[in-house]
Write a protein that binds this ligand. Structure first.
Ligand code: FAD
Length: 327
């Protein structure tokens, strides 16, 4: 019988990615509702040492697949390992991050084990009567929220947007760590990695940032982002943007927050020249503390911020940066 809630954890350079902790937080809730356990699956090369981080974050058990072939993320060996772990353990639910890795891996695994996959979920809950997983995600360009069920196949599988679920604040229990061996053959490595080029600081992952300074159409130009970068540097944060700023070509799409961008939950979100349209708010309203700078008192962003400053950002942002430099 299918049992337990599995989380396919992600690590980069031996560091567990934030989304994995968020998934464990949600998995804990689902597993409690089902009276089952949370199992994290960690894949990589030389990653056993960080399995303990997952075991302390709310996983009852961590299954580690450690093999040199898994040193870098490559679809085929990772899909083979994930499929093997799932087939051997028959989980009730499997969660992946809707990250570039999760989005690549999850559909391949679901096809191999002949089950469905609900992509890009923003809400997951166990139906109290049927005990099925209600998987909710935006559909039709974000105009409706669709709840999808996987009634007949197991496991029930979903990718979950980073930044939406919450990691456990603390956990008293430490889970067990177990090794799982997958027999790889040279044919499993169907690509040759010539060189690994590390991304530079510019292409930071905004879902991991604790402080974000975001700019919108109100900045007026690509150059307008320079002052936001100064403010972000002083605060030790990163720059993000609204879709209007991205569509204007002022900043990379990777930094877009919102329904068709990324969902973020930083400790501090400073929105500069952003109106606060519903599609933008969907990606940032769960931030811990929101500061809005906008010249229009009636801008919707003032309805969701904790601190609002009405005025011209071109005057306020440099002053704020200077003042913070002195702190
Ligand atoms: P605007 O709405 O034009 O607002 C600019 C603001 O800047 C105004 O409030 C203005 O008062 C203020 N301003 C101007 N000059 C200054 C100044 N000097 N000082 C201070 N304030 C100033 N949007 C997203 O952001 N992310 C998404 O993922 C996203 N997905 C979408 C998906 C769909 C299906 C659709 C239909 C839309 C989506 N949008 C998304 C677009 C969204 O509806 C808004 O159009 C967009 O968020 C507006 O961006 P903005 O706030 O930067 O620009």
């Amino acid at each position: 019988m299918s049992k337990n809630v599995f989380v396919i954890a992600e690590q980069r350079d031996g560091k567990i990615m934030k989304v994995s902790y968020e998934l464990i937080g949600k998995a804990r809730e689902l597993a409690n509702d089902l009276g089952q356990d949370v199992v994290a699956v960690l894949m990589g090369s030389g990653v056993e040492a960080v399995a303990g981080d997952l075991a302390k974050a709310g996983a009852d058990k961590v299954i580690v697949v450690d093999d040199p072939i898994l040193a870098e993320y490559v679809t085929e060996p990772y899909a083979k390992a994930t499929t093997a772990v799932i087939k051997a353990n028959d989980p009730e639910i499997v969660l992946f991050g809707a990250s570039s890795i999760g989005r690549d891996l999850a559909p391949r695994v679901s096809a191999r084990i002949h089950t469905g996959l609900t992509a890009d979920c923003t809400k997951l809950e166990i139906d109290p009567e049927t005990k099925l997983l209600n998987m909710t995600r935006p559909a039709f360009g974000g105009n409706i929220m669709a709840t999808i069920l996987c009634a007949d196949h197991r496991p029930q599988m979903a990718t979950v947007r980073p930044g939406v679920m919450q990691a456990l604040e603390s956990c008293d229990k430490v889970g067990t760590v177990e090794k799982f061996v997958v027999e790889f053959t040279p044919a499993d490595m169907n690509v040759e990695i010539c060189e690994v080029v590390k991304t530079d600081k510019k292409s930071v992952d905004i879902t991991e940032a604790k402080i974000l300074v975001a700019g919108g159409r109100g900045l007026g130009s690509a150059e307008g982002f320079a002052q936001l970068k100064d403010l972000a540097n002083v605060l030790g944060g990163e720059v993000a943007a609204s879709r209007a700023a991205v569509d204007s070509g002022w900043i990379e799409k990777d930094l877009q927050v919102g329904q068709t961008g990324k969902t973020v939950r930083p400790d501090l979100y400073v929105a500069c020249g952003i109106s606060g349209a519903i599609q933008h708010a969907a990606g940032m309203e769960e931030s811990e503390f929101i500061v809005a700078i906008n010249k229009e008192e009636s801008a919707p962003i003032f309805g969701i911020c904790d601190l609002g400053i009405v005025g011209d950002l071109n005057k306020i942002v440099p002053k704020l940066t200077e003042a913070l430099k002195k702190v």
